[in-house]
Design a protein around this ligand. Structure first.
Ligand SMILES: [Zn+2]
Length: 420
């Protein structure tokens, strides 16, 4: 009999870790870290000790007490059986920290599978020094749409639409039927057809584990499409006489690529933090300009209308030298600070107010609206629905013929064959 348990993402956005067991064999879907700026024991400058990071996270319940998954040397005496059992494999849905953040502690003999694009993305990030906590993990790219056999399981990776390249959903065939896992998913991005095709491929699954991020904020309206985001960016460039400051998320490479083209067409050069430039060049983007290295402050100050500067929240004092003001514009496009929950959000707004720089939020969510989540569930029509990765998972109602089980965190195992 196959069983499923949830070691993260329960009542929270992110931190996904879904364990499927059959006999002595195990499949772990995602191995993410809680990303909660401004909350928890590690905040206001208090950080995990790099060498004891896993130890500190296990003690504070920020890493799951799953036996035989961690590197023995990372435990530093924490009482948990470590090292591989040779029957466990990890599959990663996408390269966001709340889905991959604990992979640096996985025992190196446990394979970590991901899509080819996610593999490429992780390589480019590593080249730019952007690494996960712990030890450098080794990922293995798996072919999309082609089942991989792991013990009694057959695991298939499918592309889905999300705000990072290479995002995947998975189908895990067990003796009690298919468990479908959406990872993070949406229908309003550049590739809704990926998400639709995934839904078709896992139709009538035994169980569907679906993210429910947008259920958390009480909103129900449709999201902007990425095409609308592009149009707003073009409009902002046209209407702003001075310097355009922007906050993008670097791993959303499709948006970065699109914005580079839009800026070029508008006669503006995009300028990036140095580490981002390294990452973008490794990814393969051409004509990338790094702040201070390729384009200095004086160049921007003399010709502000020719530039778009990607801000780093730590750089705000540079704004004094850049002489920004009411003719400038700050565009928020899902970069850092990510939102009101981030303590740096208010700091940014105070700086902009002090300098009289207008603020415009032009982004869109990486997550399906509540209406689209319902659409996905109705398309798939699973026997069992597990809403995850949400602060209010109970707002996702099952359609007729589907039972909904609200996951509990940790050791509770749900037998997939139990309900008929
Ligand atoms: Zn994500």
């Amino acid at each position: 009999m196959a069983e499923i348990s949830f070691w993260g993402g329960v009542g929270v956005i992110g931190s996904s870790k879904v364990l499927i067991e059959q006999g002595s064999w195990r499949v772990m879907l995602d191995f993410g870290l809680d990303f909660t700026p401004g909350a928890g024991l590690f905040r206001m400058g208090v950080q995990v000790r790099p060498e004891f990071a896993l130890h500190d996270r296990l003690y504070t319940e920020q890493a799951p007490l799953v036996p035989h998954i961690y590197r023995p040397e990372a435990l530093h005496g924490f009482p948990l059986p470590a090292g591989s059992d040779r029957h466990t494999a990890v599959f990663i849905s996408h390269a966001h920290i709340d889905h991959i953040g604990l992979t640096g502690f996985i025992d190196p003999s446990i394979p970590i599978y991901c899509s080819p694009q996610t593999y490429r993305l992780m390589e480019a990030l590593a080249e730019s020094g952007d690494v996960v906590e712990g030890y450098p993990p080794t990922f293995t790219a798996m072919e999309e749409g082609k089942p991989l056999t792991w013990g009694p399981f057959r695991v298939t990776c499918y592309p889905v639409d999300h705000d990072v390249v290479g995002a995947s959903g998975y189908a895990v065939e067990t003796e009690d039927g298919i468990v479908a896992f959406t990872g993070d998913i949406r229908l309003h991005g550049r590739h809704p057809e990926f998400s639709e095709s995934f839904a078709r491929s896992v139709k009538s699954a035994r169980a569907l584990v679906i993210e429910g991020t947008t259920l958390s904020f009480g909103f129900a309206e449709a999201q902007r499409t990425e095409a609308e985001v592009d149009a707003l960016f073009a409009k902002a460039l046209q209407q702003t006489p001075g310097l355009v400051l922007i906050s993008l998320y670097p791993r959303n490479l499709e948006r970065v690529e699109s914005f580079l083209a839009i800026a070029k067409k508008a006669g503006r050069i995009m300028v990036w933090p140095k580490t981002w430039s390294t990452f973008f060049r490794h990814w393969g983007f051409k004509d990338i300009q790094a702040f201070e290295e390729d384009i200095d402050v004086a160049a921007i100050r003399h010709n502000p209308s020719q530039f778009v500067l990607q801000m780093n929240p730590q750089w705000l004092p540079w704004l004094l030298d850049l002489e920004v003001g009411p003719g400038s514009m700050f565009l928020h496009a899902n970069g850092e600070p990510l939102g009101t929950f981030d303590p740096r959000w208010n700091v940014l707004h105070e700086w902009l107010k002090f300098l009289h720089v207008p603020f415009w939020s032009i982004g869109t969510s990486g997550h399906a609206s509540p209406e689209d989540l319902n659409r996905l569930v109705q398309w798939i029509q699973p026997d069992i629905l597990f809403p995850l990765h949400s602060m209010e998972p109970d707002r996702l109602l099952p359609p007729p013929g589907t039972v909904r089980w609200l996951p509990q965190r940790g050791g509770k195992r749900y037998a997939l064959g139990e309900y008929r």
